[in-house]
Structures are given as structure tokens and as C-alpha cells.
Design a protein around this ligand. Structure first.
Ligand SMILES: Nc1ncnc2c1ncn2[C@@H]1O[C@H](COP(=O)(O)OP(=O)(O)O)[C@@H](O)[C@H]1O
Ligand SMILES: [Mg+2]
Length: 347
């Protein structure tokens, strides 16, 4: 059995998910922020941060979410772990719709869903020592006595590659990479099944990024973890993801396995991301680069039809008027894309 199969089996068993079923299913998720203005704070508009997003995440896999800044990746991540309530749509985790749970059930389920942020510094209380910061989740949820918590902290520090000496240090005494290791350790203290990692390596030097990504991979295999890995950088997403969701202006443009996405993107937007990403040999690909112009449109005034049409070099009349549906079923493992005139098809 390969490492991947082992991870899948371990993750499935831990979460009690039947064979072939997703651990997490995001269904037509929408999260709109009101824009308020004027002295009476009237609602003057709506930011469509996430607008009808669907995808599945299977036990033991890493699903990458990629797209330019502002396309709704973080909002999607926050809605998954219920840091924010969606405007509509469903988040089904371990077979249960989170919206249908009462406060107590939700609190219980949320222990299985943890988030790792870009900058652990802002989520780690600077006044507290690393040992206390790591023991905190266990003690707060009455999962362990002080003594047992202390032992678990030593064990977890070891798992993330830090010595027990770090227990007595303060966050500001650590390097960025060490701090992110602590952030990961803290997220793992309550034995979650799924981690939502929002730009976890984006603030780190490139050499440190690889170390942290390798650590995440090792932890995934050892502990049977499932990841949603969010990044605006295609390099990190490619390195760690089994499948990738490409987002643009709050919508899913394309979903495919990492291999399929890089070998043959179907959505012109994906192609522009690949072009911006330095390939090992840019001439190998034997085709012209797609150049997009202009900035990402305002999410409060998304373009009609296909939201990408204002920047797409292939846009035709239909793209301006009719919104393309995601083909191929984003809920499964197949290659899906939302484009009227996908790449790789005779026009
Ligand atoms: N709390 C908020 N209030 C209003 N608008 C927000 C809020 N958070 C994010 N947005 C807007 O929602 C859109 C998506 O943001 P975000 O999810 O942070 O994107 P990403 O993580 O892909 O950079 C952006 O237009 C952003 O300005
Ligand atoms: Mg973000």
C-alpha cells in the first residue's frame, strides 16, 4: 500500500467517513458582505466575496485553493470553519450540515476543524510562553490535566521539529518558520481531522517554505490529516495539493487534479496563472502566452455573464451575457471548468 493510500485509509477511519464519500462538501456556498454608507449606515451595496462555490474534499487529500488576492479564498476558509456564517449554501462536514447543528454540537464539531493562518504571530498571545500557548486548547476544553497537557506539548513540539526548550520561549523570540511550526502544533493539539491552512507559508522565505511544506506532508501521513490549502502562489499549491480549485471573483473557474491542471488547463484564467508562474522550462510548453490586461474588477460590481470576460482574450458575446456553469461535476474528482469556450477544444 502506498503512503497516499495509507493516509486516505487512516483519514477515513478517523473521521468515520464511508468509502468514496467526501470528508467536507462545500455546496453552492455564498458569502456576501454588506457595504454601508451615509450617516444612518444604510446598506449601499454588496461585496460578493464568495458567490456559489462548490467542491468536495476527500479524506487524506490536500485540496488547494488558488487565485489572485481578493478572489474569496480566505472568506471560503473562514466560512468552512464557521468563523463566519455563510449567506447561503451548505458546508457538510463528516456527513453533517454545519448549519443544522445547535451551538453545543457545533462547538464539538469545530474541534475537528482547525485553521492555520499566514501570520501565527497575530494569533499567538505575545505575553504567553509557547508551552502555555500549546497547552491552552487542551485545558480550555478539559481534555487533559496540566501534567498530561505538558507531556502532549513536548510530544507535539517534537512532531513539528522543535525541541522541548521552546516551551519556555515567547513568540517574539522565534523565527517566522519556528512560529509557523508552533501555529501548526497548536492547531493539532485537539486531534482535528481537517486543517484549513490559509497562506501558511506565504510570509516565509522560500527556503523555509519548503521545510514547512514538507513538515505538513509528513504530518498528513503520520496523523491521517485532510487539508484545504489556500494560497495565491501556485508554486506552494502545486507542491502540496492533490487537487486544485481555481477561484476568480468569488467563483470557481476550474477544478482538477494537480497533474491535469498543469498539463492541460481548460479555463483561460487558469492559463494566465500558469503563465505568471515561472515554469522550469517555459519553452517546453510550445504555445503562446496569454496576456491579461487590467485589474481584477470590484467584487461589489462583478461583470455580467462570465466574471472573467472583461480580461479574457477569448471573450465573445455569449461570455458577456451568459454565465457559464461549472461542467464535469465539481463534487467528484473529475476535471471541471466554467467556460463557454474552453482551451483545448476546436473553436
Ligand atoms: N469583513 C469584510 N467586509 C467586507 N468585505 C470583505 C471582508 N473580508 C473580505 N472582504 C472582501 O471580500 C473579497 C474576498 O476577500 P478574501 O476572501 O479575503 O480574498 P482572498 O483571501 O482571496 O485574498 C474582497 O473583495 C475583500 O475586499
Ligand atoms: Mg486571503
Amino acid at each position: 500500500m502506498s503512503a497516499t493510500e495509507l493516509t486516505t485509509r487512516k483519514a477515513r477511519e478517523r473521521a468515520g467517513v464511508p468509502d468514496g464519500q467526501p470528508l467536507l462538501s462545500v455546496q453552492d456556498l455564498t458569502l456576501h458582505y454588506p457595504i454601508r454608507g451615509g450617516i444612518v449606515s444604510r446598506q449601499t451595496g454588496t461585496v460578493r466575496a464568495v458567490d456559489g462555490v462548490s467542491f468536495d474534499v476527500f479524506p487524506g487529500e490536500t485540496l488547494g485553493i488558488v487565485g489572485e488576492s481578493g478572489c474569496g479564498k480566505s472568506t471560503t476558509g473562514r466560512a468552512i470553519i464557521r468563523l463566519e456564517n455563510p449567506t447561503s449554501g451548505a458546508v457538510v462536514f463528516e456527513g453533517r450540515d454545519l448549519a443544522g447543528l445547535n451551538t453545543r454540537e457545533l462547538r464539538r464539531v469545530r474541534l475537528d476543524l482547525q485553521m492555520v493562518f499566514q501570520d501565527p504571530y497575530s494569533s499567538l498571545n505575545p505575553q504567553k510562553r509557547i508551552g502555555d500557548l500549546l497547552a491552552e486548547p487542551l485545558l480550555a476544553h478539559r481534555r487533559a490535566s496540566r501534567k498530561v497537557a505538558g507531556e502532549r506539548v513536548t510530544e507535539m513540539l517534537d512532531r513539528v521539529g522543535l525541541s522541548a526548550q521552546f516551551k519556555g520561549r515567547y513568540p517574539h523570540e522565534l523565527s517566522g518558520g519556528q512560529r509557523q511550526r508552533v501555529g501548526i502544533a497548536r492547531a493539532l493539539m485537539l486531534d482535528p481531522t481537517l486543517l484549513v491552512l490559509d497562506e501558511p507559508v506565504s510570509a516565509l522565505d522560500v527556503s523555509i517554505q519548503a521545510q514547512v511544506l514538507n513538515l505538513l506532508r509528513d504530518l498528513q501521513t503520520e496523523l491521517g490529516l485532510t487539508y484545504v490549502f489556500i494560497s495565491h502562489g501556485l508554486g506552494a499549491v502545486r507542491y502540496i495539493s492533490d487537487r486544485i480549485v481555481v477561484m476568480y471573483l468569488g467563483k470557481v473557474m476550474e477544478v482538477a487534479t494537480t497533474a491535469d491542471l498543469f498539463a492541460g488547463p481548460r479555463h483561460p484564467y487558469t492559463e494566465t496563472l500558469l503563465d505568471a508562474y515561472p515554469a522550469p522550462n517555459p519553452h517546453q510548453r510550445g504555445r503562446e502566452r496569454i496576456v491579461v490586461e487590467g485589474d481584477v474588477p470590484n467584487a461589489a460590481k462583478p461583470p455580467s455573464g462570465c466574471v472573467f470576460h472583461t480580461r479574457c482574450p477569448f471573450a465573445r458575446e455569449k461570455c458577456r451575457t451568459e454565465e457559464p456553469r461549472l461542467t464535469g461535476g465539481a463534487q467528484g474528482g473529475s476535471h471541471a471548468f466554467a467556460c463557454h469556450f474552453p482551451l483545448g477544444e476546436a473553436a
